[in-house]
Design a protein around this ligand. Structure first.
Ligand SMILES: NC(=O)c1ccc[n+]([C@@H]2O[C@H](COP(=O)([O-])OP(=O)(O)OC[C@H]3O[C@@H](n4cnc5c(N)ncnc54)[C@H](OP(=O)(O)O)[C@@H]3O)[C@@H](O)[C@H]2O)c1
Length: 220
């Protein structure tokens, strides 16, 4: 049985990925913040040292988005965003990839965002971290592909989760729906389906890509 580790699984997109993976028949590790706090490298090291099974599938889903204009951005906020959205994903991949390579099977999906490829006011630190996540995905794909370790990013558009509700009013959300060709936000399970395929054995050749799942938003 394959083992999948999903960060940020307490709610939103991460919780939908966990539900999908259980359906796919994986043993799913979905640590709570108390078990794995990505703010602290010591927490990452300690969580990894307690793992009982080799991890075949890693989904770096946890993320934060501190919306602020340039003048209001603090270096601490930028550093925290980079730590959780990028460096924690890097550390987990670096620690777990060697066993995937030995087993000649591994799948990593990094949850990025459309703000890694197009822009929006106040999203500078978030966009910087997610663009770097796409770059990490491409670079590691090249390095790991010979050992059948495939690594991709999924870049959702607007998904109906706490993060979206925190950063957008109900009126904003109505306006956003009118800007999306699909006329609505995504549900978390619509992102989970794509992640499920990328992590499966059916995906045998797709690597290094940032797959945009946005109802057509970035096509306009
Ligand atoms: N929602 C969207 O429209 C959207 C669009 C594009 C991309 N994304 C990306 O999709 C991912 C999930 O987003 P979401 O909307 O589902 O988010 P969410 O509902 O806000 O949930 C965030 C998740 O990340 C976890 N998390 C945050 N900081 C953490 C830390 N320091 N250590 C461990 N876990 C931490 C949270 O855990 P706690 O419950 O403990 O706080 C929670 O499980 C993120 O990477 C986000 O950038 C979301």
């Amino acid at each position: 049985m394959r083992t999948a580790l999903v960060t940020g699984a307490s709610r939103g997109i991460g919780a939908a990925i966990v539900a999908q993976f259980r359906n796919d028949g994986y043993r799913v590790l979905a640590p709570t913040r108390a078990e794995l706090d990505l703010t602290y490298n010591s927490s990452i090291d300690s969580y990894l040292s307690r793992l009982k099974h080799p991890v075949d599938i890693l989904v770096n889903d946890a993320g934060i988005n501190r919306v602020a204009a340039l003048e209001a951005m603090t270096l601490e906020d930028v550093e925290e965003t980079f730590q959780i959205n990028l460096l924690a994903a890097f550390r987990l991949t670096q620690e777990l990839a060697p066993v995937m390579r030995l087993n000649n099977f591994g799948r990593v999906v990094n949850i990025s965002s459309i703000w890694s490829v197009v822009s929006h006011l106040g999203r500078t630190s978030y966009a910087m971290s997610k663009s770097a996540l796409n770059a990490m995905t491409r670079s590691l794909a090249v390095e790991l592909a010979p050992d059948n370790v495939l690594i991709n990013a999924v870049a959702p558009g607007y998904v109906m989760t706490d993060l979206t509700r925190e950063n957008n009013t109900a009126v904003d959300i109505e306006k956003i729906c009118r800007m999306i060709p699909a006329n609505r936000l995504a549900e978390p399970n619509e992102i989970a389906f794509v992640v499920s395929f990328l992590c499966s054995e059916q995906n045998s050749y797709l690597t290094g890509q940032t797959v945009i799942v946005d109802g057509g938003y970035t096509c306009l």
